[in-house]
Ligand binder design. Structure first.
Ligand code: FE2
Length: 280
């Protein structure tokens, strides 16, 4: 349906423990497949207590997906089997395409204060699941930022607005990934491709996305119905991620960090990992 997108469903992020013992909040994941297609999972790790995050995510494999990490506070160190090393800090992001296989670690670089980051998993279609892995690190200064006349600030991480192309390009599902801050008591409208999956993830402040009047609050993923415009009316200053992508529409076989199309492909991946031939 064309027009303003209405809310399909709101997901309150839930506490979970991942990696070597990282306490985080998951907005959506395995049980929600395929509602967010092409997106698989969104984790929000946010804590001022180092015990919640310092164990990090030691070496583990991925295949068949892309992972997108966006830091808001604190720093995370990354190393992978392709020889990439880097530290991402506030406002930085990394876009990692596992493709046929990558083994990496993601660890807090400084475990003394507040850490806040988000990790999104983006599925790859069958034709790209076994592509060569790649890794991109984008510093905050490389991310175009602009302000509308009414004071709304938009950071374009992926996608294009008014000719400003975000630094993350050539991603398979043609995503848009925006970090938007709207002043209080404002209306914000944004055009989207009408058949793409679109959701908002609220970071701060409250707002209303459709005529139901439902107030959406921090920690909620707001999945929207099809339509060509997203509209939000803010109560107070509101910051949210607005993420969209082209649905893949293929079968999903998912176990832990590996997402393929069939159980057979999953079995092969785990067997290769055990036998040490995963990266061959
Ligand atoms: Fe990972």
């Amino acid at each position: 349906m064309a027009g303003y997108r209405r809310i399909k469903k709101v997901f309150q992020s839930q506490h979970t423990v991942e990696g070597a013992g990282v306490h985080l909040h998951r907005a959506f994941g395995y049980p929600e497949v395929p509602m967010f297609d092409p997106f698989l999972l969104l984790d929000d790790f946010h804590s001022s207590n180092p015990a919640d995050y310092q164990k990090g995510f030691p070496w583990h494999p991925h295949r068949g997906i892309e992972t997108v990490t966006y830091m808001l506070k604190g720093r995370v160190r990354h190393g992978d089997s392709m020889g990439n090393h880097g530290v991402i800090g506030p406002g930085d992001m990394q876009w990692m395409t596992a493709g046929r296989g990558i083994i990496h670690e993601e660890m807090p670089d400084d475990d003394s204060g507040e850490l806040w980051g988000l990790q999104l998993w983006v599925n790859l279609p069958k034709a790209n699941k076994m592509m060569q892995p790649r890794y991109r690190e984008i510093k905050a200064a490389q991310i175009p930022k602009f302000r509308t006349p009414d004071g709304t600030e938009i950071k374009v991480i992926a996608g294009r607005i008014n000719g400003d192309q975000g630094p993350v390009t050539d991603i398979i599902c043609q995503p848009e990934y925006l970090d938007i801050t709207v002043p209080g008591e404002h209306k914000f409208e944004y055009p989207v491709k009408k058949d793409h999956t679109v959701f908002a993830y609220v970071l701060k402040g409250d707002g209303i996305f459709d005529a139901s009047g439902r107030l959406c609050t921090p920690g909620q993923a707001v999945l929207l119905e099809n339509g060509d415009t997203v509209r939000v009316k803010t109560k107070d200053e509101m910051r949210f991620l607005l993420i969209s992508g082209k649905p893949i529409g293929e079968p999903i076989a998912w176990q832990g960090p590996i997402v393929m199309n069939t159980q057979e492909e999953l079995r092969t991946a785990f067997m290769q990992y055990r036998q040490g031939t995963f990266l061959d």
